[in-house]
Design a protein around this ligand. Structure first.
Ligand code: GDP
Length: 364
């Protein structure tokens, strides 16, 4: 699963990307500095993993991960091919969720492509490019469907009606995710077209150091502007956080954060938010060799969850031995949980819960 970082040039995307992935993408004070899409694999911070490590004392600990893609070069006119625009829009289509970075800091030394700081205008510029691209998609499809409809095909007529709603929504500047459609209409006709503006979105307000804990007037405007979208708005001092990741020790980093009025890096909140946005959750395996967090889509069955470890585990699935995270911590070890009769044996229909500690039994 992938989350893509979008935003106008110079709003702090590659700084954010660097700070998340610690991969050193090129970052400089001019538009178009990141030409190739950069992909980073980011660990998902999870306190439960630390607790399990303490209890099990394994040789190694492996956290869950999310893939983050830095999508540069989105500018006004991108949907018409400006500034390599179409290529970048293609990159967005391949992601599962969008992290939309908005510049909410003043700094004369950092050029703004449109001459002034205005996150609402910036958001609309990006939204419009994405909507225009989706409009192209829906128009193409609608042409085909209408032709099929002419032969009296009832399904095609129904589809044409739904797509017509999508088209007029986009034309009046509404993103697909916010267009008023029934669940059936979405599932049947809208999802398969993979519209860019149908992907779940989270707004990242990039603020200056002083506003890291409190936000600022720009952030308030953003929150107001997105109230209808049911989207999370996160405040992050991207530049400052990038500086913090450069510090050597955990203690130094923690002190710096406390000075800013923060308990944990905003990036941790962001990564967890992205994980949630992607509708993912975590189960654990815990043994002396390794304690590990595994990522599954919310609602995955036990065999599907086993398949994340290895496809053979799914094919040969027999049963899952499951301990809830709360029981594991309460009793302090697998042996004690078993003694207390709290380990459950679950079959193929079991829906794995976030935090389950699982052993799979399978045939090879
Ligand atoms: P991108 O084009 O969106 O990827 O933007 P960059 O990450 O390359 O950042 C553009 C410029 O803004 C760089 O010079 C960064 O150092 C600077 N910058 C990024 N975040 C912040 C911030 O939070 N505050 C300030 N003052 N500058 C920042």
């Amino acid at each position: 699963m992938k989350a893509g970082i979008v935003g106008l040039p110079n709003v702090g995307k590659s700084t954010l990307f660097n700070c998340l992935s610690n991969a050193k993408a090129q970052s400089a004070n001019f538009p178009f500095c990141t030409i190739e899409p950069n992909i980073g694999v980011v660990n998902v911070p999870d306190e439960r993993l630390l607790k399990l490590e303490e209890l099990v004392d394994p040789q190694r600990v492996l956290p869950a991960t999310v893939e983050i893609v830095d999508i540069a070069g989105l500018v006004k006119g991108a949907s018409k091919g400006e500034g390599l625009g179409n290529q970048f829009l293609g990159n967005i289509r391949e992601t599962d969720a969008i992290l939309h970075v908005l510049r909410c800091f003043d700094d004369e030394n950092v050029v703004h492509v449109d001459g002034s700081v205005d996150p609402i205008r910036d958001k609309e510029t990006i939204d419009m490019e994405l909507q225009l691209k989706d409009l192209e998609t829906v128009e193409k499809k609608l042409d085909k469907v209408k032709r099929a409809g002419k032969t009296g095909n009832k399904d095609a007529l129904k589809e044409a009606t739904v797509l017509g709603k999508v088209k007029s929504g986009l034309e009046s500047g509404v993103s697909v995710r916010a267009i008023d459609l029934s669940k059936e209409e979405r599932d049947e006709f809208v999802r398969p077209l993979q519209f860019i503006t149908d992907k779940p979105v989270m707004y990242v307000c990039n603020v200056d150091e002083e506003s890291a804990a409190t936000g600022n007037a720009y952030v308030e405007k953003v929150k107001e502007a997105v109230t209808d979208e049911n989207a999370e708005v996160i405040v992050l001092a991207v530049g400052t956080e990038a500086d913090i990741t450069e510090l050597d020790t955990y203690e130094e980093r923690q002190m710096f954060l406390e000075d800013l009025g923060l308990k944990e890096p905003g990036s941790a909140k962001l990564i967890r938010g992205a994980y949630k946005l992607l509708d993912l959750e975590t189960y654990f395996t815990a043994g002396e060799k390794e304690v590990r967090a595994w990522t599954i889509p919310v609602g995955a069955s036990a065999p599907q969850a086993a398949g994340v470890i290895h496809t053979d585990f799914e094919k040969g699935f027999i049963r899952a031995e499951v301990i809830s995270y709360a029981d594991y911590v309460n009793y302090g070890s697998e042996a004690k949980v078993k003694e207390a009769g709290k380990m459950r044996i679950e079959g193929k229909d079991y829906v794995v819960k976030d935090g389950d500690v699982v052993h799979f039994r399978f045939n090879v």
